[in-house]
Structure formats: structure tokens, C-alpha cells
Design a binder for this molecule. Structure first.
Ligand code: SF4
Length: 381
């Protein structure tokens, strides 16, 4: 039996944040209803492809999945459970934004089977939230967090973003301190640096926004993140992800460990969702009217991954994890020695202190994690 991670894309938001390049937009209740129907159809019609799999994780991402009615989420989950073999202890995550939920909805989500909540806080500073175009304040977040605990969620991630327009080092530290001081503290914290993506209002009108922290400040923010979170008992298990012991995101692990074991496949349902199963990769259409009208013919960009693609993926995804990659596992997967393929970059970066070799394991050092993209560039075949 193989392991399957299921991603479900909910492409709706109250309004667009200025930095966002995710596939999401405001929509009427009727569009949301039609979308859920199309989603369920897609899930049903593809079930035959995954009879050999056990679904270990389900992740509702977006967009703002918490914008959907609780009944819609329940319906989608029931469809999955009817047509797929979903593990008894599957991790089922839903991304939630403050101001789109209340205690009643969170109780309904918990009852429907959602057992992990990922709440988008991004910043504890209301001025920064406003600049980003977020729909909520820090106070709104506290309400959602308290409601989530009251609804019985025992596994919560809080999403944070550093290097925001106008953000100072002090303000970032304040956001981190507030996040770890929540009662009880979140089990998991994701802390990414803002990337100004082309095509977003922030990119197009950058000069109209307060300045983004310079590189030196951004680096200090990065070090403070690690220092503060580790001091509060969070272990960094991936470049931007920290968890209390045993609370790492299983869904993320399936994704990152796909390189390490091809028994970890993932399928995405919904608008623009990506899938990688075996050596096949595809993406669903991003055209909403096409998705709503014909969910049987929505796969685009289908490609067969070559052995080189798979070896690169093994390294890129595996090295994102602080646990690193196993040379023996590489050999088991490709019947090749990793040194025969990657001797030069391994020796180069080990000698420069960005990679470490502990017997079978090759991993990025703390310094290597800071410069991961430079290291990864040398592993392209
Ligand atoms: S809530 Fe998230 S997905 Fe929606 S617009 Fe803002 S950043 Fe994008």
C-alpha cells in the first residue's frame, strides 16, 4: 500500500492581499457552491487511479478554505472518505483566516474531521497587516485562536511573514514573541520571508509602499526567528518550518520526502492544483469556467519526470529538511551512488562548511540552510 497526500485547493478570498500571487479571488456563494460540486465530481471520478493508496494526509489550502461553509468542507471530506481509503489517523489540515470563522463554524469543522488548523496571522502589528491588505487585526486573530482551542483543535500552526514593508527588527521580534506566548502556544509555526512576486500590487507599485527592510535587517530577522523559536521549544525541521516535538506537518513531510521515497505521492484536486504521482506530474487548469464546466478534462502541463528530474528532486526536497538525505536511500531509489552523480558539489560544499556528511547522511549545516539556494544550484543536472 502506498502513501498518498491529498491537497484540496479552495480559490476564494474575501479580497486580495497586496503581496499575494496565489490562485484566489472573491466569489459569490453560488460560485462557491458550484465549485464544491465540481470538486466532489473530480474527487469521485479520479478515485479509480488511487485504489492502491492509503490517504495519510489531507490539506485544504487556498485561498481561504475557512471562507467556505462548514457544510461544504464536510461534504468534500465525506466524498473523499467514501471513494478513497483514508487512514483512521489521517492528518486533516485546513487553512483558516481570522474574520472568516467563528466558534460555531470551527466546531462544525472539528466535527467534520478537520484535526489540524493553520491560521494565517502573518504579523501581530495592525499597521503592517493593513499595509498587506489583510482583512483582520491581531485582535481578530486572538479571537480565532481562542475559538479554535475552544472548538477542540489541539494541533495548530500559525503562519508568519517577515521582511514586510515598514517592518523593523523589533516589530518582527514582537510578532514572534506574541506567537510563542499564546496560551497554549501553537504546536507549529511557519515563518517565511516576504517575496515580492511579479504581477502583485506590491510589485507593481512598490514605490508607493513603505520601504522593505534591507538585506542586513532581513538576515537579522532570519537569525532572530531561529533563536526565539528554538528558545521556546520549537525545532526547526525545514528551512522555514518549526514544530514542537512530534508536531511536524505530516502533509509537508510527504511533499518534502517525495524525493526520498517515491512511495510518497501527492494529488491535488481543485483549480490550479498540482499533482505528482510516480514519475508523472500535472497541473489542473486555472480557468474557473473550464473547471466548473468540465472537471473530467482539466489536466494540463502533463509531464513525465526523467531520472535526472527525480534525482534533482531527491536532493532539493530532501535537503530542505534539517534531517538531510541518506546516501543509502539514494542508492536504493536509483541504483546509483550519490557520489558518482554529485561528487563535485558534495565535496565543494562540505569543504566550505555549507554541507555536512555524517556517515550515510548528507545535510545542510546551519550556514548551508541560510544559503540553500546557492547550494541547490550546484545540484542541477
Ligand atoms: S488571504 Fe492568503 S490567499 Fe487570500 S489573498 Fe491574502 S494571501 Fe492571498
Amino acid at each position: 500500500m502506498q502513501t498518498l497526500g491529498v491537497y484540496i485547493h479552495i480559490p476564494f478570498c474575501v479580497r486580495k492581499c497586496v503581496y499575494c500571487d496565489f490562485l484566489s479571488a472573491p466569489a459569490t456563494r453560488e460560485t462557491q457552491r458550484l465549485y464544491v460540486e465540481a470538486l466532489k465530481k473530480e474527487i469521485r471520478e479520479n478515485a479509480g487511479l488511487y485504489t492502491e493508496y492509503t490517504v495519510e494526509t489531507i490539506f485544504f489550502g487556498g485561498g481561504t478554505p475557512s471562507l467556505l461553509k462548514g457544510g461544504h468542507i464536510k461534504d468534500i471530506l465525506s466524498t473523499l472518505k467514501i471513494y478513497y481509503k483514508v487512514s483512521q489517523n489521517a492528518e486533516i489540515t485546513l487553512e483558516a483566516n481570522p474574520k472568516t470563522t467563528d466558534l460555531k463554524k470551527l466546531c462544525a469543522l472539528r466535527a467534520a474531521g478537520i484535526n489540524r488548523l493553520s491560521i494565517g496571522l502573518q504579523s501581530a502589528d495592525d499597521r503592517e497587516l493593513k499595509i498587506l491588505g489583510r482583512i483582520h487585526t491581531y485582535e481578530d486573530f486572538l479571537q480565532t485562536y481562542g475559538d479554535a482551542r475552544a472548538a477542540g483543535f489541539g494541533n495548530i500552526n500559525v503562519d508568519l511573514i517577515s521582511a514586510l514593508p515598514s517592518q523593523t527588527l523589533e516589530s518582527w521580534i514582537n510578532t514572534l514573541e506574541k506567537a510563542v506566548s499564546l496560551t497554549p502556544p501553537p504546536e507549529h509555526i511557519s515563518a517565511y520571508s516576504l517575496i515580492v512576486e511579479e504581477g502583485t500590487p506590491l510589485y507593481e507599485h512598490l514605490e508607493q509602499f513603505p520601504p522593505i527592510p534591507d538585506e542586513e535587517t532581513e538576515r537579522q530577522m532570519y537569525y532572530e526567528t531561529k533563536r526565539i523559536l528554538e528558545r521556546h521549544g520549537y525545532e526547526r525541521y525545514e528551512i522555514s518550518n518549526y514544530a514542537k516535538q512530534g508536531c511536524e506537518s505530516r502533509h509537508n513531510r510527504i511533499y518534502w520526502q517525495r524525493g526520498i521515497s517515491h512511495t510518497h505521492d501527492y494529488v491535488g484536486f481543485g483549480l490550479g492544483a498540482s499533482s505528482t504521482v510516480g514519475n508523472s506530474r500535472w497541473k489542473n487548469t486555472s480557468d474557473m469556467s473550464l473547471y466548473l464546466s468540465n472537471s473530467a478534462n482539466i489536466k494540463e502541463d502533463q509531464q513525465t519526470l526523467s531520472e535526472n528530474d527525480l534525482m534533482e528532486e531527491f536532493v532539493f526536497l530532501g535537503l530542505r529538511m534539517t534531517a538531510g538525505i541518506s546516501a543509502a536511500e539514494f542508492h536504493r531509489t536509483f541504483q546509483k551512488n550519490i557520489e558518482d552523480i554529485y561528487r563535485e558539489p558534495i565535496e565543494k560544499w562540505v569543504s566550505q562548511g555549507l554541507l555536512a556528511r555524517d556517515g550515510d547522511i548528507i545535510r545542510l549545516t546551519d550556514k548551508g540552510l541560510d544559503f540553500s539556494n546557492t547550494v541547490f544550484a550546484d545540484f542541477i543536472l
